[in-house]
Unconditional design. Structure first.
Length: 32
């Protein structure tokens, strides 16, 4: 169970990182 939860946490963190890194350049380009 703990291994499955760890995998889910890693997947969620990776998804958050990918979304933030994908959104930040868009915000920067819009502000400039």
């Amino acid at each position: 169970m703990s291994k499955v939860l760890h995998m889910q946490k890693v997947a969620v963190s990776e998804a958050i990182i990918s979304t933030t890194t994908g959104l930040f350049p868009v915000k920067l380009s819009k502000t400039q």
